[in-house]
Design a protein around this ligand. Structure first.
Ligand code: NAP
Ligand code: ZN
Ligand code: ZN
Length: 346
């Protein structure tokens, strides 16, 4: 067993605090990674505070992990000590179901071992995430960080990057499409970069005027401060990618879609959303969702980001500042992803 240090939440209402725990010894197909950076996803906050109602404590969050390989098992073929690698939202799946075989491991029909707040393949050992100094992962679930992507700015790609890339690729969003990105946070700012790189005409719908200059710099063609009022945008978009983390009305957003348009939810508010049947029926609109992405697609996304210089815009913090960062994240006060420098733990 490997003695590991990290930060953990012990219940839904207290702060994250230093925490020591054990990771499994490096197995034949395992890779031991020294964690260098870990992004703070809004999903970390939802789960630490048990907003989705399925939290396991103690919880060491973190699924936007980059680092360096320090040791590999005897049968590892793809990685060697010194390689720069990443780990995203899951560290194992059943490997045999239709979804796994199709490369959609995130939709595994049997068991997904989430990187934290989940259980390993044995379904008993809790998983602990990247707010820690090291992690052991089967090589099949480890990503390669291409040269040219700095490890700190690459970390958020492992969740925010793939969560926005996957639906854009699935619905083949590109030239000739008008794409609205709702909410300019961690996911939203990557959606703008990726949507623009894929050739779509991107409009940012943000609550206020504050992020206009940033949005245009990130690649948006247009910026609309909505204050929740979308009435001037009726039938404007082919796709709406909704990254909002809090409960919000969906019908006004549906009205911004053209006939046959698709609203894709990636934001995961803690309360159910309601939608009028007529919002869908009258213009044959679709309401869809999308969950992160598979391993192969995540590697494609990393390579695409390296080729397009599309790393995240980040604010690097020491792990001791994580609780203050959560409060700022709740206020939308981050440009555009907090990333923990794990050197602060050593
Ligand atoms: P984030 O950085 O906090 O960004 C969320 C953005 O939503 C904010 O920057 C803000 O943008 C907007 N917003 C916040 N509260 C709002 C409100 N009450 N009304 C309207 N807009 C509001 O969060 P994130 O890390 O990007 O994550 C966003 C959501 O996606 C979370 O729910 C997270 O759990 C979920 N998520 C889903 C997946 C998936 O696989 N589907 C993966 C990762 C994360 P403006 O300031 O521009 O208005
Ligand atoms: Zn995430
Ligand atoms: Zn499976």
């Amino acid at each position: 067993m490997l003695a590991t240090r990290g930060f953990a939440a012990h219940d839904a209402t207290s702060s994250l605090v230093p925490f020591s725990f054990s990771r499994r010894a490096v197995g034949a197909r395992d890779v031991l990674i020294q964690v260098r950076f870990c992004g703070i996803c809004h999903s970390d906050l939802h789960q630490v505070r048990n907003e989705w109602g399925e939290s396991i404590y103690p919880m060491v969050p973190g699924h936007e992990i980059t680092g360096t390989v320090v040791q590999v098992g005897a049968e590892v073929r793809s990685f060697a000590p010194g390689d720069t690698v990443g780990v995203g939202c899951f560290v194992d799946t059943c490997r045999t179901c239709g979804a796994c075989r199709a490369g959609d491991e995130q939709y595994c029909e049997d068991h997904v071992a989430w990187t934290y707040n989940g259980y390993e393949r044995d379904r008993r050992t809790p998983t602990y995430g990247g707010y820690s100094d090291q992690i052991v992962v089967d090589e099949r679930y480890v990503l390669r960080i291409p040269a040219g992507l700095p490890l700190d700015r690459a970390a958020p790609l492992l969740c925010a990057g793939i969560t926005t890339y996957s639906p854009l690729k699935h619905w083949q969003v590109g030239p000739g499409h008008r794409l609205a990105v709702v909410g300019l946070g961690g996911l939203g700012h990557m959606a703008v970069k990726l949507g623009a790189a894929l050739g779509a005409h991107v409009t940012v719908l943000s609550r206020s005027e504050k992020k206009r200059t940033d949005a245009l710099r990130l690649g948006a063609a247009e910026y609309v401060p909505t204050g929740g009022d979308y009435s001037k945008l009726a039938r404007s978009f082919d796709f709406v990618l909704d990254t909002v983390s809090a409960p919000h009305p969906i019908d006004p957003l549906m009205e911004t879609l053209k006939t046959n348009g698709t609203l894709i939810l990636v934001g995961a508010p803690e309360k159910p959303l309601s939608v009028k049947a007529m919002s869908l029926i009258l213009r044959r609109r679709r309401l869809a969702g999308s969950l992160i992405g598979g391993i192969r697609e995540t590697q494609d996304m990393l390579n695409f980001c390296a080729a397009h210089g599309a790393a995240a815009d980040i604010e690097v913090i020491p792990i001791q500042d994580v609780n203050a960062a959560y409060e700022r994240l709740l206020l939308g006060d981050v440009r555009y992803r907090f990333v923990i420098d794990l050197a602060s733990l050593r």
